[in-house]
Design a binder for this molecule. Structure first.
Ligand SMILES: [Fe+2]
Length: 232
């Protein structure tokens, strides 16, 4: 596997994932996202294409191997096609299959798998590779966007079959420590630009958690569910 140190030398000469292979991965992931759009209400093509675009920008900024970062971004969430509410590792076989069909070299495919696992929100630490940092910053930014709780949170609940309380616990549980310990974003520019959004987002989810302990709010949400059921 190319190391963080030799990756720039590798991509200076030739991208680890040649453009035709990257195009095949893009086309295959998009096809899967479109075919199974009903199961990917949150992690569909809208998410994948946003993360890919932002990850490419972060890779250009931090010297990561861009073609590998973009490919990792394209395949990072295929686990949601394999199993609802699962970890990235569950997508390994499908990920490797997509990469193999695109003729991505096996050593590069393993590198991409490592990056995806390294960048996972629930387990990532302060010291990860530049490629994982670029992917992580893009994926984390999607979570911190002010529009995400408004437009997409309910889709996450439906996609993954979790309650609002479970989602609030997951977000605060996974994101508060990286936020407080200074590695929510790895890229200094991303941190400077987006930390305000991240802080507001975490405060919102902390407030949501607190509100769910109010029995009148609980009753309100029960009535919303009844109303939704009656209307459908
Ligand atoms: Fe993601």
């Amino acid at each position: 596997m190319p190391t963080q140190e030799d990756a720039p030398a590798v991509h200076a000469a030739m991208p680890a994932v040649p453009a035709p292979a990257l195009a095949v991965v893009e086309s295959e992931v998009r096809r899967l996202c479109t075919r199974y759009a009903a199961r990917l209400q949150f992690h569909g093509w809208h998410h994948v294409s946003f993360v890919r675009a932002k990850a490419a920008q972060f890779a250009a900024s931090n010297g990561a191997e861009r073609s590998v970062v973009e490919t990792a971004a394209l395949v990072h969430d295929v686990n949601y096609l394999v199993r609802r509410n699962s970890s990235a590792a569950i997508g390994r076989r499908l990920r490797m299959s997509v990469l193999s069909r695109a003729r991505v070299r096996p050593s590069v495919a393993r590198w991409i798998e490592d990056i995806v696992i390294e960048a996972e929100m629930a387990t990532r630490g302060p010291d990860i590779s530049r490629e994982a940092q670029a992917l992580s910053d893009a994926d984390t930014l999607f979570k911190a966007l002010p529009v995400t709780p408004v437009v997409l949170a309910h889709r996450y609940l439906e996609e993954n079959g979790v309650t609002l309380r479970e989602l609030a616990n997951k977000i605060v549980g996974e994101q508060q420590d990286p936020h407080d310990e200074g590695f929510y974003f790895y890229n200094p520019e991303a941190a400077a630009t987006y930390s305000r959004w991240a802080t507001a987002n975490l405060a919102l989810w902390q407030c949501i958690k607190e509100s769910l302990d109010d029995t009148d709010v609980e009753e309100l949400l029960d009535l919303v569910s009844e109303n939704t059921a009656a209307a459908s």
